[in-house]
Design a protein around this ligand. Structure first.
Ligand SMILES: C[S@@+](CC[C@H](N)C(=O)[O-])C[C@H]1O[C@@H](n2cnc3c(N)ncnc32)[C@H](O)[C@@H]1O
Length: 202
């Protein structure tokens, strides 16, 4: 994306409009056959370590990393530019808002959530990403057979996520599914233990 284009749309009135324009930019850059395969989305990509390494290993795949923090997206974009990965995109946005406003033709084949904020206090559990309405929203944006790959060091968040997924029809945990790609994230590097689950769209 040229700096000029970015400046033009950073100043647009609404975040929804920025997401729509970002989606259109992805649509005009990614070849149609790759769009048909679906995208890999990383929510809370931080500094982009995992997704950049993933994209480097599969440069023909279309990938989008999103995060709430501007500096992290800037660092992620520097990695993308340095490695010249044309179908890798990073964008500052909030996950729910992003999924609600993405153009319909951008469909997800995989969503990756690595060490999301666990919101340990009970009164904050409602802020956890993995829960019923969000899982349904994600399902609505996903291709048949899409997968949700989740990793956390937080035992309570892991058990909560298993319960949330088991309570809904849209996703089903697949204990046989293989983790798509191993590469340490910033948080994985500093945490001694973690648990992993993969759910498939049902
Ligand atoms: C604990 S950090 C993990 C970062 C990275 N995945 C890792 O493993 O090093 C969680 C990240 O998720 C981002 N985040 C939290 N809530 C989000 C949301 N609703 N939408 C997008 N990003 C979010 C935060 O800004 C933060 O960078």
């Amino acid at each position: 994306m040229s700096d000029l284009f970015r400046e033009q749309y950073v100043d647009l009135a609404t975040r929804e409009e920025r997401i729509r324009l970002f989606g259109e930019e992805c649509l005009s850059t990614i070849p149609e056959d790759r769009l048909a395969d679906g995208l890999t989305l990383e929510i809370g990509c931080g500094h982009g370590h995992w997704l950049t390494a993933y994209s480097e290993s599969s440069p023909e795949e279309a990938c989008i990393g999103i995060d709430l923090i501007t500096k992290r997206i800037e660092k992620s974009n520097k990695k993308k530019q340095r490695l010249d990965l044309p179908y890798l995109f990073f964008f500052k946005t909030e996950a729910k808002e992003f999924l609600e406003n993405l153009p319909d033709s951008l469909i997800l084949k995989r969503t990756v959530l690595l060490f999301p904020d666990p919101w340990p206090k009970k009164r904050h559990h409602k802020r956890r990403l993995i829960q019923h309405p969000f899982l349904d929203l994600l399902a609505a944006r996903s291709a048949p057979n899409a997968e949700l790959c989740f990793r956390t060091d937080h035992q309570d968040y892991f058990s909560w996520s298993v319960d949330q997924i088991n309570c809904i029809d849209s996703w089903r945990i697949d204990p046989e599914a293989a983790w798509p790609f191993e590469h340490e994230t910033f948080f994985q590097n500093i945490l001694p233990e973690y648990q992993t689950l993969i759910a498939k769209l049902h």
